[in-house]
Ligand binder design. Sequence first.
Ligand code: ARG
Length: 520
Amino acid sequence: MDMKKNYKQSKTLWGSKVRKELNEFAKSYTYSFPFDYKLYEEDIGQSIAHVQMLEKGKLIKHKEKKKFLNVLKNLKKEISQQIKLNKFKTNKDYEDIHTYIEKKVTEQLGDVIGTKLHTARSRNDQVSADTRLYIRKNGVGVAGLLTELIHTIHNLAEKHKYIIMPAYTHMQLAKPVYFRDYIRAYSEMFKRDMLRIENCLGRLNFCPLGSGAVGGTHYRTINRKFIAKELEFSDYIKNTVDAVSDRDFVLEYLFVLSMIMMHISRLSEDFVMWSSPQFKFITIDESFMTGSSILPQKNNPDVCELARGKTGRVYGNLMGFLTVMKGLPMSYNRDMQEDKEALFDSNDTVITTLKVYIELLKKLKITDRNKENMMNAIKVSKGFANAPRYVDYLVEKGYSLRNAYEFVSRLVHYCTLNDLDFDKLEDSHIDEFINNESKIDRKSIKYLRQYSKKSGIRNFIKTGLRACSFNNYLRTGSRKRHTTLGNSAVSDVNKQLTQERKEIRNIFKQIQHTYSTRLP
Ligand code: ARG
């Protein structure tokens, strides 16, 4: 019997003379090679470490190991080249990347040596290891892109550090803030995303190899610690049932990617709104905008819209795979193969989104016209944006916060009823308001008298309103006080930025140092 020929007849790892060939429909339904070929580097890397362990355990000879190493390294080069040239074929002959690699090795080394590659391992521990290595590599990559994105945000904050813009809550003008504080809210979010990546990699960086299909292997000479170290995992997974059963690490990564997209999506929503003719707070470079096939005046923020849209599919991947996992009995089940497309899709989507956003932000402009529009948006509030400052002013004069709030609310209400600007009240209006106050709330008049001292109630209100006016803040506030328009004084910003930049560099260095590894 020609063993070599017989083996070649079956392209699966489990095929044999006595089994029927898999049905064609069943083949295309179950085979993952068309997408999991992306794990080739990880699979070859772990195979290299594996043969080293096999030799140590005297399960293969030194000569055989050398042959394996040679073939595996060449195979890696070959696949990478074919992928680059778009020539890599993921045809139906192979069930998955693990099968492909073993078959290719066996084609070159023959059955007797080639099939030894699978000694002391199963595709169940193999696929878990590959996926962990893949996420580790890509997690570092995503953290790198986040670093660049944050860096770009910091540059924008520095460049436009004096720009004042309206801040909204409930989509209604709340108060003026500095652009630098607004945009750095996003760098803070992305910083936490980086920390989430670090955290997630910390939990997944354990080696399942040596667990076999489930519950370990029967070879006494395998060294799980050794292979874990070779692949730069922190340690090996002690429980060999857990090692092949869970995909919580995939889900966690999918969650972190979803969170990144959620942040990008909110930024996109801001940009869609603010680049629109109704707002015109920012100018997105034309090379990131599209025209309309029928409306010549249109300049559409498609990149931002698509980033917002793609967030949906990244969430979908997370929700979909969470659902896959929820009812699985222990231990490995083929359902788990569904993690790959979700993982690759979310990973690629986040990477391309971050890349395009870095470029978009680098070219983002805030023109004089944009600045003017931001100012006008604050001013159209009829001065009501000053109301919160007026409350604080009264508190500083000795009012209790509740009394100050109540008093200012009534002044706002008076202005609204009479269609008056909060920051442009005439003496006659103030008098009328005081008159109303005395009818509504005697205590209020008592306070006003107490705090106005000798200047008189009308003057006390007038001085307060002037002190809290937006123009007054523009003139003196930002220099005089530490917390004025936003939450940082101009003089502190450079220091803060230096600190923030340093922090981001350190976080990335730490991630790189711990998790960016070279596969064998
Ligand atoms: N392609 C499979 C996956 O991604 C590999 C593991 C196959 N294991 C098995 N027992 N059929 O999950």
